[in-house]
Design a protein around this ligand. Structure first.
Ligand code: AHR
Length: 327
């Protein structure tokens, strides 16, 4: 199986009209000599259970035994500049392909253009970029955030036929998935006047921050809140602690819906502390490797590859999934 790079991967993303331009003779220096393919992974680094599962899955996939030289570069404290520096180093090193999980959606055009000039294909892992220009990358691989969030909203409409006062705990400002999850939620709830949005605030994917944010929100609303839309599991678990500290019962007085589907959330759903969990499947290393091989083998690659995800709407469904849960 040839592992030469081609501009096709880049062109393929621009509406998949691929023009295969074999690059065997071209640039890119030291990466990917012989059979080993060098993969530069511009990663997010420590950021909770979902991220740990996703990045470990990538590292477990692109192993030496599988013919890869994976260079893992987690961001320093989620700082985009550290990611841009790592990206630039990978281009200068001439790796065969770059995987990018962006801590911020904006500001990637110059780096992506530099990779394009160096004819190094780039695959977006989980996070999108803004503006979204598919001509600058091969594909994005991720569950569909809009779809996942609208499944949470559809559950809420069923769970609260007369509506509810709700609050949204958001991920960090500037992260693409936050806007996608809001648009998925709003696409369903937005048209339901019975649902009263009391507000939204970032808690940076953190249980601790979510606890403190939601303590304030409960006080400010005299506990008159029936529903929390938490954009990830950790923030939902933080809200549950705030609810208990206020002398209320999560799952009864206030119902919490989260996104991710990590073990901690399923355990809390099985205990009735969370009420709905939409999975955002982090384990897509195989799909990623397939796209890497396709990109490096002149095969067209769809510009957005959606990873399937499940939903859990009862303690029983969570309890049934827990024994086999890998994240
Ligand atoms: O980009 C995906 C999000 O990043 C997950 O939902 C969140 O838990 C993670 O940190």
């Amino acid at each position: 199986m040839s592992r030469k790079r081609s501009v096709r991967a880049l062109a393929g993303a621009a509406g998949a009209v691929a023009v295969a331009l074999p690059l065997a003779a071209c640039g890119g220096g030291g990466g990917g000599g012989g059979d080993t393919v060098s993969v530069g992974f511009v990663a997010v680094g420590p950021e909770g259970a979902w991220r740990a599962a996703n990045e470990q899955d990538v590292r477990d996939t692109f192993t030496e035994d599988a013919g890869f030289d994976l260079r893992y570069a987690p961001a320093t404290n989620l700082d985009q500049q550290s990611q841009i520096s790592a990206f630039t180093s990978f281009v200068d090193e001439g790796v065969d392909i770059i995987l990018l999980s962006a801590t911020e959606a904006t500001g990637w055009e110059p780096s992506l253009q530099r990779a394009q000039e160096a004819e190094i294909p780039v695959i977006l892992v989980d996070r999108g970029i803004d503006p979204d220009d598919p001509s600058l990358y091969v594909t994005r691989i991720a569950p569909d955030n809009v779809e996942v969030a609208s499944s949470v909203a559809e559950w809420a409409v069923t769970e609260f036929p007369d509506g509810a006062n709700y609050f949204t705990l958001e991920g960090p400002a500037g992260v693409g998935v936050v806007n996608e999850r809001n648009s998925g939620w709003d696409s369903v709830i937005g048209s339901s006047p019975e649902f009263v949005k009391l507000g939204a605030q970032t808690a940076n994917w953190s249980a601790e921050e979510a606890k403190s944010v939601f303590e304030t929100v409960l006080r400010a609303n005299d506990n008159d809140i029936q529903l929390v839309f938490a954009q990830n599991d950790e923030m939902g678990l933080g809200a549950a602690l705030a609810i208990e500290e206020a002398g209320l019962t999560p799952g009864e007085d206030v119902k919490i819906a989260t996104i991710d589907g990590t073990r901690g959330a399923l355990e809390a759903l099985a205990d009735g502390r969370l009420t709905f969990v939409a999975e955002y499947n982090p384990l897509f290393g195989d799909t990623l490797q397939e796209a890497v091989d396709q990109a490096l083998n002149d095969e067209p690659v769809d510009s957005y590859i959606i990873v399937p995800s499940l939903t859990f709407d009862s303690p029983e469904s969570a309890a049934a999934a827990l024994p086999e849960r890998q994240f």
